[in-house]
Design a protein around this ligand. Structure first.
Ligand SMILES: Nc1ncnc2c1ncn2[C@@H]1O[C@H](COP(=O)(O)OP(=O)(O)O)[C@@H](O)[C@H]1O
Ligand SMILES: [Mg+2]
Length: 226
């Protein structure tokens, strides 16, 4: 049986505003095992990004406990949070944030250099995994949006994260391109043994999940294996 990767208990994230308290997360419990492919669904403002940012140690919850591989996730401590994130977490965003002056291959090599070591063979393998072997020497402006997102995916896999997070990662793509990106992503994460949590408001992405968690007003509405 796969081990528990992430354990979240009673997670709250409140914002104190002049107008009152905003309860972005209001008591969330989730236990995630290695190898799960989770889609976190919810309307705009339901707390999806807040939850993902806490899991990534980009933000700290107001209350609750959470652990990763049995150890507490660091919070309210920027340096430890950065180290935790660097060692464990990959993140794919809606906007691809590729460096425009670097080729596809160079975008991957740069991330490798920043996170341990350049390895061109592995960089080319990752680009092949997302179907971009023919585009390695092109610049981001010379490939399509779907291809750019696949570069961003290869980049997020370059440091072999244990957990890959995506926030509306197909939000900028048409439905056909998003399907292609999701298929490539699922295949790549299975090949690399990476657990995933993807946040979206797009119901059609649930077909790529092993588990669908629905969030509304900072609370879990449902949590089902599919
Ligand atoms: N920095 C912030 N300050 C105040 N309120 C915030 C902040 N970030 C998010 N919120 C509020 O928290 C709630 C959840 O936001 P968010 O997690 O971004 O939702 P989602 O990603 O599901 O659209 C919303 O009501 C939002 O306005
Ligand atoms: Mg969001």
């Amino acid at each position: 049986m796969a081990g528990t990767l992430l354990e979240i208990q009673g997670m709250k994230r409140y914002y104190e505003m002049v107008s009152g308290t905003v309860k972005a997360l209001d008591g969330v419990d989730i236990s995630i095992s290695e190898g799960e492919r989770i889609i976190l669904l919810g309307p705009s403002g339901s707390g999806k990004t807040t939850l993902l940012n806490c899991v990534a140690a980009l933000d700290s919850p107001t209350a609750g406990d959470y652990s990763f591989e049995g150890a507490a996730v660091p919070r309210d401590a920027p340096e430890q949070m950065t180290t935790f994130r660097r060692d464990n977490i990959g993140y794919v965003f809606q906007f691809f944030n590729l460096l425009q002056d670097l080729t596809v291959l160079e975008n991957i090599l740069l991330i490798q250099e920043l996170s341990g070591g350049r390895d061109e063979k592995r960089a080319r393998e990752l680009l092949a995994l997302v179907g971009l072997e023919a585009e390695v020497d092109r610049f981001p402006t010379e490939i399509s949006g779907g291809q750019q997102q696949r570069v961003a995916i290869a980049r997020s896999l370059a440091k072999s994260p244990k957990l890959l997070l995506g926030d509306e990662l197909t939000g900028n793509l048409d439905s056909k391109t998003s399907a292609m990106v999701m298929e490539v992503l699922v295949k790549a994460c299975e090949a690399e043994g990476i657990t995933t949590i993807f946040v979206t408001h797009d119901e059609s992405l649930t077909q790529y999940a092993t588990r669908v968690i629905r969030l509304d007003s900072g609370k879990i509405l449902s949590d089902e294996n599919v």
